[in-house]
Structures are given as C-alpha cells and as structure tokens.
Unconditional design. Structure first.
Length: 181
C-alpha cells in the first residue's frame, strides 16, 4: 500500500542497492530491490535518506539513485543552467582520438600488441547519446554524468559512500519538490 502523497523522485538502479538504518556503512539493513521507486528526502554528503512507497525509509548512497524525469519547465521560464557538459565532451573526443590513432598504427603494423597496450593504458571513456540526452563517463572523478543539453548532473559513481564526518560543508540538505520537502 502506497503512502498518501508519495511521489517518487528517483528509482533504485537496475542492480539493486544496499541500504542502511543510519548513514554508517557498518550498519547495513535490507537491500533495496532493483528499479524500486523512492523519494529522496534528505542529503548528507554522499548519503541520501529515501522514502519507499510503503512508508519505510533508509539511507543509501544517493549518487547511485536514478533520477525520475522532472516535470517540464514552466512556459516562458528561462531554463536553469548548471554545470556545462562541453568539457566532458571534449575530453571524450580527445580520448577517442588517441585510441583511434593507436588502433590505426596497430592495423598498419606500426605497433605490436604490447606497444598498443602501453599506448592505450589508462584511456577510459564512456558515451551514450540518445537524442537530446547524453551520458558521459567522467574518468577524472569516477562517475557517470547525465546532460540534457543544458544541465549536467551526476548519474552514478564508482565510489562507496563516505562516512558522515560532521563537516558543516556536508551538513544535511533537505530536498524540496513542488509537493513539499
């Protein structure tokens, strides 16, 4: 039975995810099922407190949550701009160009297998383009970012959540939606 007024803001990634009673990796609880709709209520650094449709809440690594598309912008409202995806696109193009050059040299006989491995070691990119949407792997920060042309946001990350350090810069952040906190 769904909690009255429950409106999901995110879903759990397709592989499911661990959950905790408190933002402490040493105190795990029951993991969340894949693609479970949740509402993000609060952030503390990498941690996020989510509410499930049945009223149960838990702490998760919020960087792994998949955002549910938001309502379209209000007509005549200027779209909000956040981080710019162009630097990520430029790095992806440069990395792909370096890889392509190594492949061409290998195919032409100018490189042996070991030289090819050495030349391509450390190259890492990921790009998925689907119409106006793009997912880019940011190898510098070990995360996938999502952009719709105007906004860039973290989609998921390779890192485990950090413990709450009490740092005021990582203080709890309430997530507010049109329906309230």
């Amino acid at each position: 039975m769904a909690t009255p007024g429950f409106r999901p803001t995110h879903v759990v990634p397709s592989r499911g995810m661990p959950a905790w009673e408190v933002p402490d990796p040493a105190r795990p609880t029951i993991p969340l099922d894949a693609l479970l709709p949740v509402q993000l209520l609060e952030r503390r650094g990498d941690w996020g407190r989510v509410l499930c449709a049945n009223g149960w809440s838990a702490w998760v690594d919020a960087r792994h949550l998949v955002a549910v598309p938001q309502d379209p912008p209000v007509p005549d409202a200027a779209p909000a701009r956040t981080a710019d995806p162009r630097p990520h696109l430029a790095r992806a193009e440069q990395t792909l160009s370096r890889y392509r050059s190594a492949v061409e040299d290998l195919a032409a006989g100018g490189l042996d297998g070991e030289s090819f491995r050495n030349r391509t070691r450390g190259l890492r990119i990921g790009v998925v383009v689907e119409g106006e949407h793009v997912w880019l792997y940011d190898a510098d920060h070990g995360r996938w970012v999502y952009a719709d042309g105007l906004r860039l946001s973290t989609f998921t990350t390779d890192e485990a959540p950090r413990a709450d350090t009490g740092d005021p810069g990582l203080a709890a952040t309430r997530v507010v939606t049109p329906d309230g906190p």
